[in-house]
Structures are given as C-alpha cells and as structure tokens.
Design a protein around this ligand. Structure first.
Ligand code: UD1
Length: 375
C-alpha cells in the first residue's frame, strides 16, 4: 500500500509514521513551518529512514506532484492549529487550511489512479460551543456574547438567561464554529466531502478533541495547554487560567489518536464517515493543572485571571459511540497515564521560554482578542 501523509513531520504525523504497516510505502509532505517546528527545521533521521520526505507546502502542488501517483490512502494532517491566533492571522489560516486543501484536491483530481480513501484530520472546533439542553430540549449556542463574558457570565445561557447543560459532541450535531480556525476546518471538511463524494472516494473525517502527548512542539506558544501548563509548573513560572478555570476539555493521548487514524486507513470494508476522536471524559482546566502538579511533584500554583480568549468554547467532550459502532471498542489512555508519559518526555526537552508565551498573550491583547472580565 502507498500512503501520502501531509503534515507528516508534525506532532500527530510523527506518531502515525511509527504505526503504519512496516511494508507500506509512505510519502510525507511537510513545509516544516517555522511555528510548528521551531526546535528543529529538518526531517528527523527516523522519518527520513521510514518515508520519502518532501519539504513542501500543500498549497504548492508543483513541488510534490511527481511523487504521489499510485497513492492508496491520503492522510491529510497539514494545518495551522492555533484557535486564538486564527482570530487575527485570518488570511494565513484561510490560505493554509482552506486553500491548501483545495489545491491538494485539485492535484488528486489530476491523478490517473485516484486514492481509495482520504482521511482528514478535522477538529471538534467545527462544533463551536456545541449542543446544550435544559433537560427537555436540545439547543445550539449562538456563541457566547462578549458582553456576558465581560460580566463573568461564562456558561452558555438560554434566552431567559438561565445556564444550560452542555451535551457531548455528536457527529450529527450542527456545526457552528466560533473561531476562524474552526471555520477553516469546516471548509476543509466540506471541500473534501464534496470532491470525494463526486469521485466515489471513501472519506473519513476525524474530529479530534484536544490532542496531547510527547513530541508536541514545546517551543510553540500556540500548541495547546498541556505544554504551557507543564512548563509553568516545572519551571515555577506564572500559570494563568482563563475565565474561572472551569472550562472543560476532552484531552486525548496522541498515541491513541495515531492508532485510530491507522485503524481507519487500514479498514478493509468501505468506510466513509465523520468520526469523533476523544476520550469521552471532560476535565476542567483546574483538574488538569492539579494532575500535572501531582505528577511533577510540586504544588499546583495558578491564578484564575478572569481574562478570556474571544472564540474559545466553554465545554468540549466527544461522544464516542459512532467510533465504537464502526470500528470496535475504544479504551483510551487515562489522563494520568498520558500525562506521566508526557512528563517523562518533557524532562529531556528544552522548555518553552516564558517570553514567547507572554508575547503571544500580548499579541492577542493588542488585537482585542484577549479580554478581561470587568470589575
Ligand atoms: C485545541 C487546539 C486546536 C484543536 C482543538 C480541538 C491548540 C492551540 N489548539 O484548541 O488545534 O483543533 O484543541 O482538538 O492546540 N487557556 C488558559 N491558559 C493559557 C492558555 C489557554 O486558561 O495559558 C485556556 C484557553 O482559553 C482554552 C483552554 O485553555 O479555554 C484550551 O486552550 P488550547 O489548548 O489553546 O486549546 P483549544 O482552544 O481547546
């Protein structure tokens, strides 16, 4: 079998490459983008030994069109991933995520033999704030209002101002992204869906929750909170929790994510579906900090600042029933085990500089996207 993995040198790609069948031919396309590869801007020796590696941006198909004929499965991971950053670097996110996918599809359309299957790494960001209930009916949030957030009203409210209960995200729920990043992931999904249906190509769209684990780029201040929080605790740096610290996320271990991708890639029967990838467990920001602190062996010190990022969703948790129905049982790594593996790896790395994290916050403040509760 021949696989094309875009973004194959990235965080999830590195894990995936280790799990693809040893006899499979693999081509990796990766731009080695500065932000996502600040520690090293080269393909690792392991990657070079495993795959044909081409340094190219997916948008520039001329740079890699020669090597993809005969591909059986395309795994499209290449993406810009910062939710907050997407709200001011709008055209970059649109170019790289939406236009990148469009160009890749144009290239596929010119191939003599079309791939059997395409796997798209999408995000739970496409659901936006997701579905809520008052115990009787299901409601979709229109997105939290800035005026409410400025008053410290963090939960999603109904029209009478009563807080609603968040429901696990199900693939059949409406998609209502609250960030530019989420929008670009939805466009990727729709572009792929439209094209693959017209060509009878199996499309598996995987909506990842918050993926974490060893090999996540530490030098990048936009790469998720597990790195930011571990760094703060291990280095005794200030740790700021936005809102009231009770935002929830579903943290899924990267090894489990890579296994799910491989399972979809190798699935023999036709498989075309949108599938969530998470653990089904909601964890608050405070609980994450406390679990990391316990593993590091230091007290959990943090400030709850009342600041908030425009475009953030309040609660996110995956409903994993479709995965189990289509692909069998799902027993994800517990947060504690995953964080212990993360810490072991982290201790051998160069920590993220506090300056680059502060600079990313200042950039968001300047652009009006990191605001504070009033009073
Ligand atoms: C993350 C990913 C996104 C992915 C999505 C779903 C990043 C940057 N984003 O988005 O690519 O598609 O999961 O898989 O990896 N927070 C603090 N203090 C901080 C930084 C953040 O309290 O210092 C808060 C944020 O306001 C947010 C939560 O922590 O409420 C999580 O933030 P983040 O890790 O950036 O991820 P998501 O926005 O959930």
């Amino acid at each position: 079998m021949k696989f094309l993995v875009t973004g194959g040198a990235g965080f999830i790609g590195k894990w995936l490459l280790e799990k693809l069948p040893i006899d499979a031919e693999v081509v990796v396309i990766d731009s080695l983008d500065e932000q996502a590869h600040c520690t090293s801007r080269d393909f690792s020796p392991e990657l070079k030994a495993r795959a044909t590696c081409i340094r190219a941006d997916v948008q520039f198909v001329e740079d890699y069109k020669e090597v993809i004929e005969g591909t059986d499965v395309v795994i499209h991971l290449a993406s810009q991933t910062g939710t907050g950053q997407s709200m001011y670097e709008i055209s970059r996110y649109v170019q790289q995520n939406a236009n990148g996918t469009a160009k890749l599809l144009e290239l596929i359309s010119r191939l003599e033999h079309k791939p059997r299957r395409v796997i798209l790494s999408s995000s739970r960001a496409v659901y936006g704030d997701g579905a809520y209930t008052d115990g009787q009916q299901v409601y979709y949030s229109r997105g939290r209002r800035i005026e409410d957030l400025q008053q410290g009203i963090w939960e999603v409210l109904d029209d009478q101002g009563q807080p609603l209960k968040s429901l696990p995200m199900h693939e059949d729920h409406l998609t209502k992204p609250t960030s530019v990043y989420g929008l670009t992931k939805l466009w990727q999904e729709q572009l792929m869906q439209n094209y693959c249906t017209s060509q009878n190509i199996n499309l598996v769209t995987l909506r990842f929750q918050n993926v974490y684990g060893p090999k996540q780029e530490l030098g990048n201040p936009y790469t998720g909170i597990i790195g930011i929080f571990t760094n703060a605790i291990a280095q005794d740096n200030p740790l700021e929790l936005f809102e009231d610290g009770l935002v929830t996320r579903d943290f899924v271990f990267v090894g489990d994510v890579a296994e799910a991708v491989v399972k979809c890639a190798l699935h023999e029967a036709p498989l075309s579906s949108i599938i969530n990838i998470g653990t089904g467990q909601a964890t608050t920001l405070i609980d994450v900090v406390e679990t990391i602190a316990e593993i590091v062996g230091k007290p959990a010190q943090y400030s709850i600042s009342g600041r908030f990022r425009v475009g953030d969703v309040r609660h996110a948790i995956a409903d994993m029933s479709r995965y189990e129905m289509l692909l069998g049982s799902w027993s994800p790594t517990s947060l504690k085990d995953g964080l212990s593996q993360y810490l072991q790896w982290y201790l051998g790395q160069k920590p993220l500089s506090q300056e680059s994290l502060q600079a990313s916050f200042e950039e968001m403040e300047r652009t009006g996207l990191l605001l504070s509760k009033r009073g």
